[in-house]
Design a protein around this ligand. Sequence first.
Ligand SMILES: C[S@@+](CC[C@H](N)C(=O)[O-])C[C@H]1O[C@@H](n2cnc3c(N)ncnc32)[C@H](O)[C@@H]1O
Length: 234
Amino acid sequence: MNEEDGPVSERHAKALARRRLKQALAAIYDPPPAVLLPDRDALCDYVRATLGDAPLTYLEFGVKGGRSFKRIAERFTHADARFIGFDSFEGLPEDWLFQPQGRFSTGGKPPDLRDPRMRFVTGWFQNALPGFLNENDIGGAAPLLVHYDADLYGSTLFVLAELWRHADDYYFLFDEFFQEEAVALYDFSRAFPVEIEFLAQTTTTPFKQVFGRMRRVEFKPRRAIEEKPCDASS
Ligand SMILES: C[S@@+](CC[C@H](N)C(=O)[O-])C[C@H]1O[C@@H](n2cnc3c(N)ncnc32)[C@H](O)[C@@H]1O
């Protein structure tokens, strides 16, 4: 190993990550949504206009202090709506971009929000979500909205895969879409048969949010195998 191995491999890893993201976006973000909105508030207004004041079930993965959680809850005033926030409240379980492991910790405490429609599930998604899904039906008649705001590839992919079996049609928000969350969605869609439709995107910088709809579908091979005419002479 020579002195250059460290910096060179880091550069190489970054180039690979950029290529993975480009490949993911080319494969799944097509067509991109026609609706472009200036910020998260406008996007949430659009979500509310699309779903109406429904008795929705809202699941948020990555709650921190509850800013985005409140933003959604104040737009959906139906008494039967329920809002469930999942977070370790110990911050990121690993480094992400320029944020170190543990960033966004609230010292293990969920936000102090006094709306009886709200509930928090404290713990790592990988430990807490399977049990929650066994005990709670999220695939009922009420519209389901899932907000992916955990930033990380592993956290996002785990939740996408867990929900696949339990929810056959739901709306989604991704908060930092053009980063690891898009790669997670792409990898998920290669293994789990779904139809993904993008409905709106923000134009905020540096991170952009997307809103869309996901439907579980029957698995089919991607390309039909061509039937070649049989050559009688061979
Ligand atoms: C960007 S913050 C969420 C921001 C929040 N939605 C807001 O509006 O302020 C990301 C959160 O995801 C949580 N998180 C990431 N991966 C997780 C995992 N595997 N299990 C539990 N929490 C996780 C972190 O604890 C962190 O609070």
